[in-house]
Write a protein that binds this ligand. Structure first.
Ligand code: FAD
Length: 383
């Protein structure tokens, strides 16, 4: 809610004021990485909000992290360039060894080490994660990784990547979710030595890539947790990711609603403000109602997460409601602006493209509905 973490919100809004629409438009046109924005957020410590104090972070929890990302998006900025620096480390924090945590977390908290790449999706398996084909074979003190990933974001702007691989074939395990493992890959050493990164252009400026692994050697010491249990480890990070992306969508929705209502009140056509027409006013009011309802679900999911309680249902519902709300608000905002909604200088078309992603990634709306239908409501599974 807007009343939560007022100091953090004010400070983030002030930081974002240094990165106006012009800044984002230029990076969007050039498809370049907004490194100045990421550097400012890192320097201010906002990307270390979830790292406990003992490892150099502020240990504030996901509700505070949500406030940071929501405010970034409400200010017209885009957290996608670096949001994963906040939560990817969650798998390491929860399942890594003490030696791994001591080695990496303080540097991640300081921003000197970037862990903001999370490699799960593959071209052939898609959403059906248990069918991933990227395989790691143990050979002495190392794993040899071969396979392919797609849409893996920020790998060119990250030092480390958490990678989901198969260590035991699907046919040889009791449950399809068994036999997968998480490796911490040092991208600086890997590129050119078994890993090739290929940028993948998309409809928005997102720094996403394809990855090709050819016998990449990863030290066995970089296995996170136990071999074969990686799927359950990444589920923890996924709940955090869903809550935080939902918070970004709430921020986007509020940005669109504010823009649309201001414009509808100012723009005069037929001798009166267009917002006086209920055909213009009501869709904006509805978008506001939807985004505020979604915001409440984000708060609820974050509270459960921070209390260490089960939050899978709420994290998924928050993500669905918030991404629906931001997409609806984006559409209303364009419609309210008429032709100007399509003009780059208004930033609406850019944010429209950016927020549209969240109905597909990091998990698509259909897959959330399937989770709610089967895991929450107990209906029969379709797959
Ligand atoms: C810009 C961008 C950045 C990304 N970043 C990352 C990243 O950093 N790391 C990463 O691992 N992944 C990343 N992804 C991948 C993203 O998580 C996937 O695109 C998403 O999970 C969907 O997988 P898919 O594209 O293979 O679609 P598919 O699995 O092929 O699905 C296509 C469509 O069919 C629907 N569908 C599939 N099966 C069913 C079913 N049984 N019932 C109903 N509907 C179904 C889906 O909902 C979807 O709408 C990113 C994607 C994009 C576009």
């Amino acid at each position: 809610m807007t009343t939560d973490f007022p100091e953090i919100r004010d400070a983030v809004a002030r930081l974002c004021a240094d990165f106006p629409g012009r800044y984002w438009r230029e990076h969007d046109r050039a498809r370049s990485y907004p490194k100045e924005f990421v550097a400012a957020l890192s320097a201010a410590g906002y990307l270390a909000v979830l790292i406990p104090d003992e490892y150099g972070g502020s240990g504030l929890g996901i509700a505070a992290a949500s406030a940071v990302l929501e405010e970034i998006h409400k200010s017209g900025c885009n957290g996608a360039a670096c949001h994963a620096q906040m939560y990817t480390m969650g798998t390491l924090l929860k399942h890594g060894s003490e030696a791994q945590k001591r080695a990496y977390l303080p540097q991640i908290a300081a921003g000197s080490l970037r862990l903001q790449a999370f490699g799960v999706t593959e071209p052939t398996s898609g959403t059906d994660t248990t069918r991933i084909r990227t395989t790691a074979v143990r050979a002495g003190d190392a794993y040899r990784v071969s396979g392919q990933k797609v849409f893996i974001s920020r790998t060119e702007h990250s030092d480390l990547m958490l990678l989901l691989v198969r260590t035991t074939a699907r046919e040889q395990v009791a449950k399809p979710t068994d036999g997968m493992s998480v490796l911490l890959v040092d991208l600086r050493a890997a590129v050119g030595n078994g890993l090739t990164i290929k940028p993948l252009a998309t409809m928005m400026n997102h720094a996403t890539t394809e990855l090709f692994f050819d016998e990449l050697e990863v030290p066995a010491a970089n296995l996170v947790g136990e071999e074969g249990k990686g799927f359950s480890y990444i589920l923890d990070s996924m709940n955090a990711e869903r809550i935080l992306i939902a918070a970004e969508c709430v921020g986007d929705a509020r940005w669109f609603v504010a823009k649309a209502s201001a414009y509808a009140s100012e723009r005069q056509v037929f001798g009166r403000p267009i917002g006086q027409n209920q055909g213009v006013q009501f869709p904006i009011a509805r978008a506001h109602v939807q985004s505020e309802a979604a915001a409440l679900m984000v708060v609820r999911a974050a509270a459960l997460f921070d209390a260490g309680e089960k939050c899978g249902a709420e994290a998924n519902m928050a993500k669905l409601l918030a991404s629906d709300a931001s997409a609806a608000a984006a559409d209303v905002c364009i419609q309210t602006h008429g032709g100007y909604g399509f003009a780059e200088e208004y930033d609406i078309e850019r944010k429209f493209r950016e927020t549209r992603l969240y109905q597909v990634a990091p998990v698509s709306t259909n897959l959330i509905l399937s989770y709610v239908g089967t895991h929450v409501l107990g209906m029969p599974k379709s797959f």
